[in-house]
Structure formats: structure tokens, C-alpha cells
Write a protein that binds this ligand. Structure first.
Ligand SMILES: C[S@@+](CC[C@H](N)C(=O)[O-])C[C@H]1O[C@@H](n2cnc3c(N)ncnc32)[C@H](O)[C@@H]1O
Length: 305
């Protein structure tokens, strides 16, 4: 893998190298982080370039900050400028908010309206590549969001169960399945609190060859209890291990600044010990263009019995 950045990130965003750009595109992907600094990150979403400033700052004084280097051979048709967590954004070129992008040859609907989740987490792309190599015949996609892991598994022939408590996110997930002509009775979408669905799956005796456990750090519980990762992770992990088929694989991914990989490994090893399951742990995968500091802590648990 070539060096992803041209030089270490400094105040102005540093673009990924031309070779890294080509390598990502060659995977059938046109949604990825293209330039980064602690102050400003630039994301490509198909034909869109979105600039996100970490603090409310005036428009970049130098237009060159937003111009892709010549060796990328790409010119955005729409350019959006936004401050992180701001409810408004500005079009510097074009006027639309929605588009369609590709990741690993699959198509996703994207919505860049401020205050809306775009609909894809590119930092999980390499974990989806790994999932593709595992070829599970069944996938349980917990906290499915717009179902990217489910869609990937479906594309290699798996049956999928996608669970998320947001009707909107799941609706977008279903649309993504339709977009890729992968909808049908092999794919289930449950709009439900994962904490309620897991015990039911256990009672029903369902098992899965692949499980994705990618929860938020915190979420309001709607009418139920709020979701806090520190409290919920351990019990969910225990149930996931019981739902995992022999030789199955589970991804545990935690996006919380205080959770480091070693802490997660420890938690997983204790759970494996309690459940008397033999498994090897592998680090979760990391796209070359995403700085390590922006990655969630993650581990693949691969059952060996
Ligand atoms: C970080 S996103 C998951 C990203 C997803 N794995 C992906 O790669 O696209 C977290 C998701 O969890 C959902 N969520 C939050 N609390 C939940 C709960 N208690 N039960 C089910 N889903 C929940 C949110 O609606 C959101 O879609």
C-alpha cells in the first residue's frame, strides 16, 4: 500500500496521494475522505466535494484549498462548505443535497443536508472488504443504520437481518437494497431497540455466521432507557457470542474516545472465557485514507470451534 498522504497533516488539509486515490477508485468506490487536517476535512461523495470545518470559520480565503491536485484527475460538480454540527451549509458550486455514490461496487443513496447523516460510513469500508472475504451465509447487522454491512453480505449471497430503531435509517437501508436489486424475502428489516431484539433472537434459537455490533456511544432511548455504551456493551457482547455459529465471525466496533483497542480486546477475551468459546481476535480493518485518530476501536472475533 503506498503512503496515503503526501506529507504529514498540517493546518491546511493535505490531500491523499494520486496513487492512493486510484487504488480506492479501483475498488469501485467514489465516497471517501480526500483531504484532512485537524481544522478541515474534505470528503468526496460521488460528484460532490464537501468541506467540513471543525469550528465555525469564514469561507476559505484560498480557493486552492478546495481544488483537487492534478494527479487525482477529478473535478467536483457540486461543492458544499459546512461547519461541523452547523444546521446550515453553503453551496459553492451546484445546488443539490442528495446523490448516489458507489462503495465496493454497490450503490448508496446519500443525503448531505446539514443535520442529516450522509447514509454511509466510509471509515468502515475495509471492514466490509473483510466481511466480503468471509462470505457468511447469514448476517445479523445490529445498529444497521442504512444497512451497508447487510448490503455487502447480501451481495455475496447471505441472508440478512438488519436491526435499527430509526425508521428513517432503515427506510434508507431498504432503498439501498432496492437500488442494488438485492431486496426480497431473504432480507429482514426490524425497526426495534437492539436490546429488546437480542433476547428474542436467543429464545428463537437463531444463529448467524456473521454478526456486526457497531453501536453508538450514546443514544436517547425514545420511550425506553437511554443507550450508554459503557453500560450496554458487555451484556450485548455475551448475547452476540451465543448467537454466533461455529466458525462464525463477529465485528465489535466502538466509537468512543476512551475505548482503546486493548481495552476492547480485554472485554472480548473475558466474554469468550465466560461463554467457553474458542476464538482468535484480529484488529478491525482501517482504510488507508482515514487517519488512525479518526478510527473507531474495533476487533474481529473469529470462532475457532
Ligand atoms: C454508528 S451508526 C451504525 C453504523 C452502521 N454500522 C454502518 O456501518 O452504516 C448507529 C445506529 O444505531 C442506531 N441506534 C441507536 N440506538 C439504538 C438502539 N438502542 N437500538 C437499535 N438501534 C439503535 C441509530 O439509529 C444509528 O443508525
Amino acid at each position: 500500500m503506498p503512503e496515503p498522504f503526501r506529507k504529514p497533516p498540517a493546518a491546511a488539509p493535505v490531500w491523499i496521494s494520486g496513487s492512493c486515490w486510484k487504488e480506492i477508485e479501483a475498488t469501485g468506490t467514489d465516497a471517501f475522505l480526500v483531504a484532512w487536517s485537524p481544522r478541515l476535512r474534505l470528503e468526496r461523495w460521488g460528484t460532490f466535494l464537501r468541506a467540513i470545518a471543525s469550528q465555525p470559520v469564514p469561507l476559505p480565503c484560498e480557493a486552492s484549498l478546495l481544488t483537487p491536485p492534478a494527479d487525482c484527475r477529478w473535478k467536483p460538480r457540486q461543492v458544499i462548505w459546512q461547519a461541523e454540527n452547523d444546521r446550515t451549509a453553503l453551496h459553492l458550486a451546484g445546488g443539490e443535497w442528495t446523490t448516489e455514490v458507489r462503495e465496493l461496487g454497490l450503490r448508496y443513496g446519500i443525503d448531505l443536508t446539514p443535520g442529516t447523516a450522509p447514509g454511509l460510513f466510509p471509515d468502515q469500508r475495509e471492514n466490509r472488504v473483510f466481511l466480503r472475504s468471509l462470505r457468511p451465509r447469514s448476517l445479523l447487522n445490529l445498529f444497521a443504520h442504512t444497512c451497508a454491512f447487510g448490503l455487502l453480505a447480501a451481495s455475496t449471497g447471505a441472508t440478512t437481518l438488519n436491526i435499527d430503531n430509526s425508521a428513517r435509517a432503515l427506510g434508507r437501508g431498504r432503498d439501498n437494497f432496492r437500488r442494488n436489486r438485492l431486496d426480497g424475502e431473504n432480507h429482514r428489516f426490524w425497526q426495534e431497540d437492539v436490546r429488546k431484539a437480542l433476547p428474542r433472537l436467543l429464545r428463537r434459537g437463531e444463529t448467524f455466521e456473521g454478526i456486526i455490533l457497531d453501536p453508538p456511544t450514546f443514544a436517547h432511548g425514545g420511550r425506553g432507557r437511554s443507550f450508554r455504551i459503557e453500560r450496554e456493551l458487555e451484556p450485548m457482547l455475551a448475547v452476540c457470542l451465543r448467537l454466533l455459529s461455529p466458525r462464525g465471525s463477529l465485528l465489535v466496533s466502538v466509537n468512543q474516545s476512551g475505548t482503546h483497542r486493548w481495552k476492547l480486546d480485554q472485554l472480548v477475551r473475558s466474554a469468550l472465557h465466560r461463554e467457553k468459546i474458542r476464538a482468535r481476535l484480529e484488529p478491525s480493518r482501517h482504510p488507508p485514507e482515514v487517519p488512525g485518530t479518526r478510527m473507531p476501536a474495533g476487533v474481529w472475533v473469529i470462532r475457532e470451534d
